[in-house]
Design a protein around this ligand. Structure first.
Ligand SMILES: Nc1ncnc2c1ncn2[C@@H]1O[C@H](COP(=O)(O)OP(=O)(O)OP(=O)(O)O)[C@@H](O)[C@H]1O
Ligand SMILES: [Mg+2]
Length: 310
């Protein structure tokens, strides 16, 4: 069976707590915090694990917080491999005010990564990738890593005949789009940025997806549409899959859960239309739970049956 390897350049420890009432100049007495491993690729690995699959989770980490992150992933029995860096892994912080149920989320920038550190990661990847492996990269780049890092990963997956799946945004995505990608999962805004279109309407989505595939070295494009589901586009097929309406709790990790479901389907030899249906089901399943819990298999399977029956 093909291996799934996830790649996270800017992981985080997500520290969450609650407090009753938030105001300035006073000591806010918080409840005991909970800690979760976070960051795009790490979330994909966690979601794959929840869906009953396995992956090798590779990420950059350093300092005592990096050691703690490794512990959090060990606790969840996620197979992992660290690219050691000198900077300390970041810690994000979320506080829910129980008096009004509002959540405040503080995101930190991530440590500076040295050139020798990211170059070493590229070399390691090149040595370790095998033909037919799925390499899934998700998330932002930390300070110090050049915007063309994912493009360089794309080039090396081409050389090694591995399959590169990317979920990124901003300049890193713009650069990566110039390289080789097997499957790309932008949301509407990210597709718009790549096509130079400020806002995409239902009327022009399919023709923009088609144009994108003609101009780029990308085999499969899945545009996620939030509560409207997703569009699968390849040179030969276009399939739009609506998302079921559910009791929505939190959309954190919907994109990563979707990617997890799609790569599981690919490894399982499913067709591309089945893949996007399962992806939408897993993305929607992630929205049914609070916080950083991602999708669970039972919800995802039920939602996928519902989607297939439409
Ligand atoms: N409000 C919602 N209701 C139902 N399903 C949703 C909702 N939001 C997201 N989803 C599901 O999750 C998938 C991915 O969501 P979305 O398009 O918002 O990705 P994204 O913008 O990349 O998200 P993220 O913030 O996680 O990066 C959608 O295709 C859909 O299946
Ligand atoms: Mg996203």
């Amino acid at each position: 069976m093909a291996r799934i390897i996830t790649l996270t350049l800017n992981p985080a420890i997500d520290k969450s707590t609650t407090v009753t009432g938030i105001g300035p100049n006073t000591k806010l007495r918080c409840t005991e915090p909970t800690y979760d491993a976070g960051g795009g690729g790490i979330n994909v690995s966690r979601a794959i694990h929840k869906l009953g699959g396995s992956s090798l989770c590779k990420y950059f980490a350093g300092g005592p917080t990096g050691v703690f992150l490794k512990q959090l992933l060990d606790d969840q029995q996620i197979e992992q491999e660290v690219f050691e860096i000198e900077g300390w892994t970041r810690e994000n912080f979320a506080v829910t005010d129980t008096s009004n149920n509002q959540q405040y989320r503080f995101g930190m920038p991530g440590p500076m990564v040295k050139e020798a550190e990211w170059q070493n990661a590229l070399q390691q990847l090149e040595m370790q990738l095998n033909k037919g492996d799925y390499l899934v990269a998700s998330g932002k780049l930390p300070p110090g890593v050049p915007n063309d890092f994912y493009a360089q990963v794309g080039d090396l997956t081409k050389k090694k005949e591995a399959l590169f799946i990317l979920d990124a945004s901003g300049e890193a995505l713009m650069e990566a789009a110039k390289s080789h990608i097997y499957m790309l999962k932008p949301n509407l805004a990210e597709l718009g940025a790549m096509c130079g279109v400020p806002s995409i309407t239902d009327l022009d989505l399919k023709s923009l997806a088609k144009q994108f595939l003609e101009k780029h070295d990308c085999k499969i494009l899945v545009v996620s549409l939030g509560p409207k589901g997703a569009l699968l586009a390849t040179k030969n097929e276009m399939v739009q899959v609506p998302a079921p309406v559910v009791h929505q709790q939190s959309t954190i990790g919907a994109g990563d859960s979707m990617v997890a479901g799609m790569v599981m389907s690919l490894v399982g030899g499913k067709s591309l239309s089945e893949m996007v249906m399962y992806g939408v089901a897993c993305g929607t399943a992630a929205t049914m739970h609070q916080g950083t819990q991602l999708c669970n298999k039972e919800d995802a399977d039920k939602l996928c049956d519902w989607i297939k029956a439409q």
